[in-house]
Design a binder for this molecule. Structure first.
Ligand code: XUL
Ligand code: CO
Length: 436
């Protein structure tokens, strides 16, 4: 494939921490083995189609700042976009990419035309994937940009919009299946409300549960082996979204009997919007058996909205990487860089530099978390805090047959009188910092 958009740049190589060449990896060494797997196998990095190839740099105060030769107005523009995208995937050497249906082809005048465009483009993708070795981490449907979705997709008061969303998801999941996607993501872009005054909350939640069940049924019907993932986000664009955070979605999945069918795609910036930390969302999803994949980015802590910047603070990512590693890794999920360069970063090289810094930060955090685990002291400290639970009498309290009465009797008989013990937070923090 000839180079067209990124000139003579690349392929991007690992040059090590001492390198000052901006177009080289300093920490992400794809083939370096860490805890039995290569860095590429641990992180499974992906480039997303939308922020990098879809966003043209406009904001609510100003026009597009990026000059991109591609567009999505017609299939010609969409083909150019695909050429640039695959050139970038290959230049970075990232093993995966992700897309929304609407990122890759124009919608056209009808759903049938949209479906036809998608089928044509995914044929082209299949050829490019074969030529470059790049795989699909996940596909998804954009159920939030078109005005028909202004009051939601599955949770819309109009059943015709619900039907349209079903049809669009069917096409997108079929396309993902055709490209052997490892996962399929559902982000409820406008599944929420602006005001409760016009909203029948219980009806909308029922609709959303039904919709997810229909998606699960379709997945099994076509034999799609990828994992279905819901991506929590508390608000933006709506005031309140039903997929608020990991805890909310976990409860929702249980209510509709979907907890064995659907996992979660956790985005750093969404965790921050929900007033959680990223590691909180990762640790909770792991604890509930729902950890699926990660949308890697960061928010500006002062702005209060979803700024989708590239990750660049390795130290902050260490706890999340620790919980991912102790969960047994993220596969078949990965680290999808749902991140965009800033509006003034107008050069094609800026797109590459953003991804290089992002994956380098994740790689540094991976190395730190692995060193922390391999050293063993941190895990020993954590285990020590709960060591009392190893005693048979303690275990018995958690088993069927235990009763408050029997426990109360033992407290009296054994004269149990617990003494406060230090939580040693500063010690834990200092141990983690030794590896950061
Ligand atoms: C929006 C967001 C989406 C999803 C896919 O905040 O993160 O791009 O990742 O629809
Ligand atoms: Co995302």
């Amino acid at each position: 494939m000839g180079k067209r958009f990124f000139g003579d740049i690349g392929p991007i190589r690992y040059e090590g921490p001492k390198s000052d060449y901006p177009l080289a990896f300093r920490h992400y060494d794809p083939s370096r083995v860490v805890m039995g797997k290569t860095m590429a196998e641990h992180l499974r990095p992906a480039v997303c189609y939308w922020h990098n190839f879809g966003w043209m740099g406009s904001d609510m105060f100003g026009a597009s700042t990026f000059e991109r030769p591609w567009n999505n107005e017609d299939m010609e523009g969409a083909r150019l976009k695909a050429d640039a995208a695959f050139e970038m995937f290959a230049t970075l050497g990232f093993p995966f990419f992700t897309f929304h249906d609407k990122d890759v082809v124009p919608e056209g005048a009808s759903l049938a035309e949209f479906g036809g465009n998608l089928a044509e483009m995914t044929d082209r993708f299949a050829e490019k994937m074969l030529a470059t070795g790049v795989k699909l981490l996940w596909g998804t449907a954009n159920l939030f940009s078109h005005p028909r979705y202004m009051a939601g997709a599955a949770t819309n008061p109009d059943p015709d919009v619900f039907a349209y969303a079903c049809a669009q998801v069917k096409n997108a999941i079929d396309a993902t299946h055709k490209l052997h996607g490892a996962n399929y993501v559902l982000w409820g872009g406008r599944e929420g409300y602006e005001t409760l005054l016009n909203t029948d909350l219980s009806r909308e939640l029922e609709q959303l549960g039904r919709f997810l069940s229909l998606v699960v049924d379709h997945k099994h019907k076509i034999g799609f082996k990828g994992v279905l993932l819901v991506e929590p986000k508390p608000q933006e664009p709506t005031k309140h979204q039903y997929d608020f955070d990991v805890a909310t979605v976990a409860g929702f999945l249980r209510r509709f009997g979907l907890e064995k069918e659907v996992k979660l795609n956790i985005e750093v910036g969404h965790a921050v919007l929900a007033h959680h930390s990223f590691e909180h969302e990762v640790a909770l999803a792991a604890a509930l058996g729902l950890l699926g994949s990660v949308d890697a980015n960061r928010n500006d802590y002062q702005s209060g909205w979803d700024t989708d910047q590239f990750p660049n603070n390795a130290a902050e990512l260490v706890p999340a990487l620790y919980f991912i590693l102790t969960n047994g890794g993220i596969a078949p999920g990965g680290f999808n860089f749902d991140s965009k360069v800033r509006r003034q970063s107008i050069d094609p090289a800026d797109l590459l530099i953003g991804h290089i810094g992002g994956v380098d930060a994740c790689a540094q955090a991976l190395l730190s978390a692995a060193a922390l685990i391999e050293d063993g002291k941190f895990d020993a400290l954590r285990a020590e805090r709960y060591a009392g639970w190893n005693a048979p009498a303690a275990q018995a309290m958690l088993k069927p047959g235990a009763s408050l009465e029997a426990i109360a009797k033992r407290v009296v008989d054994d004269a149990i009188d617990p003494k406060p013990r230090s939580g040693r937070q500063e010690l834990f923090e200092n141990v983690v910092n030794r590896y950061t």
